[in-house]
Ligand binder design. Structure first.
Ligand SMILES: *[C@@H]1O[C@H](CO)[C@@H](O)[C@H](O)[C@H]1NC(C)=O
Ligand SMILES: *[C@@H]1O[C@H](CO)[C@@H](O)[C@H](O)[C@H]1NC(C)=O
Ligand SMILES: *[C@@H]1O[C@H](CO)[C@@H](O)[C@H](O)[C@H]1NC(C)=O
Ligand SMILES: *[C@@H]1O[C@H](CO)[C@@H](O)[C@H](O)[C@H]1NC(C)=O
Ligand SMILES: *[C@@H]1O[C@H](CO)[C@@H](O)[C@H](O)[C@H]1NC(C)=O
Ligand SMILES: *[C@@H]1O[C@H](CO)[C@@H](O)[C@H](O)[C@H]1NC(C)=O
Ligand SMILES: *[C@@H]1O[C@H](CO)[C@@H](O)[C@H](O)[C@H]1NC(C)=O
Length: 513
């Protein structure tokens, strides 16, 4: 038996290496790994036009039965073939391989939504063949209680995009936000882009987090996530009860980290985009300011280590600030998971090299998939790609975020508040309720409620509000801090690039004039 078992070890690439794939281009070296017979020597060669241009050797490790090479940093382009040989005549060849930038797209259903589900779907699908150098790959939905070394299953092998594989079905593959993001990057960079989708609708951030992240945020006392049950650390049943549309998502901590992220750690990549948070609107919401920055840091550390240092240790991480949904509550945005570690913008001190796409104005009341699934993914992806160009690709002077206040002056005598912005404003409309103020009450135990502060005038860089409130001094100001602050693309304040002013709450920065 043993004899056959040893002979039976298949010599193969890891699951996510395949024809048509994009390998990370220079300055990183692409990691290529796979399985073989313990102790055997493996030679990996890279060929172009049938000429071998690079050879790398590795030995199959005894304990894991795996081999791994790091290709020399290679400029973008192709097509190449990658051949791995163990003992002759065992060889395997990957064909139609390109070097370019590889991005991982993760999150929940708004990342999962396919191109066939979005606005102008047929037009977007018909344009798929125009982008043969944007290659797509989708991991299957798998949960595991232990960290897996490789993907157990794949929904979409590395593919050249077609209308069929981009619009496969509802919430399956391929992700519209991921696709449109990659397409924009391709249009800017003009070299191949590889898109790896690993997302699951209804998932809470705890499921995508390693035990280290959960522990850092006080969510589990257990060192190994393998045996955790849905206690405080898990996505509790409130997720199911209050958000029926999100019912389908996994509820256990770490199960998606284990099965859908950990296997990818060896891959060299450029960065990650993330569209998640809806499920955490009711689960550990107040902890999102810990879990999300901790997840970013953990993924950065582990992808860097897994790729033998080829993936940057501070790789760019982009995310979408979730849109509202017309659910049970139209009120307080405090109920939404806040992705910026409470800064209101990104990058920030706790989240360096990140970028955020604000989507607060892209709500979609009539979406057939529920208002929590807005169909305008074009603007989401466009805003995300601007962030990537500025933060990940260092494009100087590119404006990628909307106006944010730089100064707030309270003119107590006249009952006015002047909010100065760091960018020139494009005023779409005046709004009576979108700014709100809160004052200290007569005693600290009785703060006043949030009350609307109507916009009374605006200039190129400032908005003046009237401040009714209570008699005492205004101590906090917030903007668009509601689940549904305005209608589709009709928030009051944008910049001239049509990027919306992000929602904010300011407590301490207030100055009295
Ligand atoms: C692997 O290569 C090394 C030298 O590079 C050699 O010493 C060793 O015998 C080889 N192992 C096998 C199993 O061929
Ligand atoms: C790869 O293996 C096949 C047989 O499995 C053999 O015909 C072929 O010549 C080998 N190619 C190289 C480049 O070694
Ligand atoms: C990464 O590569 C090594 C081989 O160097 C392998 O043992 C391991 O299973 C791979 N996967 C992960 C997730 O580390
Ligand atoms: C996707 O959902 C829409 C809206 O509910 C429905 O009309 C369509 O038939 C669904 N498509 C598939 C492939 O299930
Ligand atoms: C996160 O937010 C909560 C609630 O607002 C606050 O109590 C906590 O100090 C914040 N934690 C971090 C790490 O910023
Ligand atoms: C959909 O297509 C129309 C017509 O080309 C265009 O005006 C509109 O901006 C598109 N919508 C989105 C969200 O891209
Ligand atoms: C607030 O703005 C108004 C209108 O722009 C201006 O007249 C007023 O002086 C400003 N007040 C303060 C305290 O800056």
């Amino acid at each position: 038996m043993t004899f056959f078992w040893i002979l039976g070890v298949t010599f193969r690439f890891a699951s996510y290496y395949g024809d048509h794939m994009v390998l990370q281009k220079k300055p990183a070296g692409a990691v290529v790994w796979g399985y073989g017979e313990a102790g055997a020597n493996v030679t990996v060669s890279l060929s172009k036009d049938s000429k071998v241009i690079m050879k790398k050797m590795a030995q199959v490790e005894e304990h894991s039965g795996t081999w791994k090479v790091v290709l020399a940093p290679t400029d973008h382009g192709g097509p190449y073939s990658v051949m791995a040989e163990q003992e002759e005549p065992k060889n395997l060849t990957l064909r139609d391989i390109y070097f370019g930038d590889v991005w991982l797209c993760s999150g929940q259903s708004n990342m999962e939504m396919t191109v066939s589900q979005i606005i102008n779907a047929s037009k977007e699908l018909s344009e798929a063949p125009l982008y043969p150098y944007v290659r797509v790959f989708t991991a299957s939905l798998i949960q595991s209680e232990v960290e897996l070394q490789d993907l157990a299953k794949i929904d979409l092998e590395w593919s050249i995009p077609t209308a069929e594989n981009l619009g496969h079905g509802n919430f399956s593959y391929f992700s519209a936000v991921c696709w449109l993001f990659g397409r924009h990057l391709y249009e800017t960079l003009r070299y191949p882009i590889g898109l790896v989708e690993s997302s699951w609708g209804g998932s809470c951030i705890e499921s995508w987090s390693s035990g280290r992240v959960l522990q850092e945020c006080g969510l589990t006392g257990e060192a190994t996530p393998a045996v955790t049950s849905p206690t405080r650390g898990g996505c509790s049943s409130s997720c199911q009860f209050l958000l029926p549309t999100l019912l389908s998502g996994p509820k256990m901590p770490s199960v998606l980290w284990n099965a859908m992220i950990h296997p990818l750690l060896n891959m060299s990549l450029t960065g990650v985009i993330w569209y998640q948070g809806e499920a955490n609107a009711l689960v550990n919401t107040d902890l999102y300011n810990c879990t999300f920055p901790a997840l970013i840091a953990d993924w950065r550390r582990t992808f860097h280590a897994g790729s033998e240092g080829q993936t940057q240790s501070l790789f760019p991480f982009g995310f979408v600030q979730v849109t509202g949904s017309q659910g049970t509550d139209h009120g307080d945005r405090n109920r939404c998971s806040e992705p910026t570690a409470d800064y209101g913008y990104a990058p920030n001190k706790r989240m360096p090299n990140t970028f955020m796409a604000v989507a607060v104005d892209l709500c979609d009341e009539h979406s057939p998939y529920g208002s929590i699934h807005p169909r305008d993914k074009q603007n989401v992806a466009y805003r995300l790609h601007l962030g990537a160009r500025a933060v990940a690709y260092g494009e100087k002077g590119l404006v990628f975020q909307g106006p944010y206040p730089t100064k707030v002056v309270v003119d107590g005598a006249r009952g006015l508040i002047n909010v100065t912005y760091g960018q020139e404003l494009l005023l779409l409309l005046m709004h009576d309720r979108i700014f709100e103020v809160r004052s200290m009450g007569l005693s600290a135990q009785e703060p006043c409620q949030w009350v609307p502060a109507p916009m009374v005038s605006a200039s190129s860089h400032a908005v003046t509000l009237s401040s009714p409130g209570c008699r005492a001094a205004v101590t906090r100001l917030r903007y668009a801090w509601a689940e549904w602050p305005c209608e589709y693309r009709q928030c009051p304040l944008y910049n001239k690039h049509l990027l919306p002013a992000p929602p904010f709450v300011i407590d301490s920065a207030l100055r009295t004039g």
